[in-house]
Design a protein around this ligand. Structure first.
Ligand SMILES: C[C@H](O)[C@H](O)[C@H]1CNC2=NC(N)=NC(=O)C2=N1
Length: 96
């Protein structure tokens, strides 16, 4: 069972993400980023790759797609806030 990020762990895990285009969501313990691609095929291909990792890790994004953009919100519903799994999935998404 994953745990909500503590005061000590959230800085080291979240700061690199916040410097790489992720932002805190207003009023929620969650992070959000919009990824932009050349076109729909690239956006949807990236979503398919990310979905495979999400399913493998049992940790799923809230996301939406409009043409060449994918907006992703990450949080851990089981703990009602951010956990290490969100940082792990965010890093994977940044690297795909
Ligand atoms: C049983 C199953 O693994 C859990 O419900 C998982 C599924 N995917 C999940 N995804 C996210 N983002 N948060 C969760 O708490 C979560 N829980």
């Amino acid at each position: 069972m994953t745990e909500k990020l503590s005061a000590e762990t959230r800085g080291p895990l979240l700061d690199p993400l916040l410097q790489n285009g992720w932002e805190m969501v207003d009023g929620r313990d969650a992070i959000v980023k919009t990824f932009k691609f050349d076109d729909f095929a690239h956006a949807f291909g990236w979503m398919a790759s990310a979905a495979i990792w999400a399913e493998k890790w049992g940790h799923h994004p809230e996301w939406s797609n409009v043409y060449n953009k994918v907006t992703v919100t990450l949080t851990t519903h089981d703990v009602d806030g951010l956990s290490t799994l969100d940082a792990k999935l965010a890093r994977k998404m940044d690297g795909l």
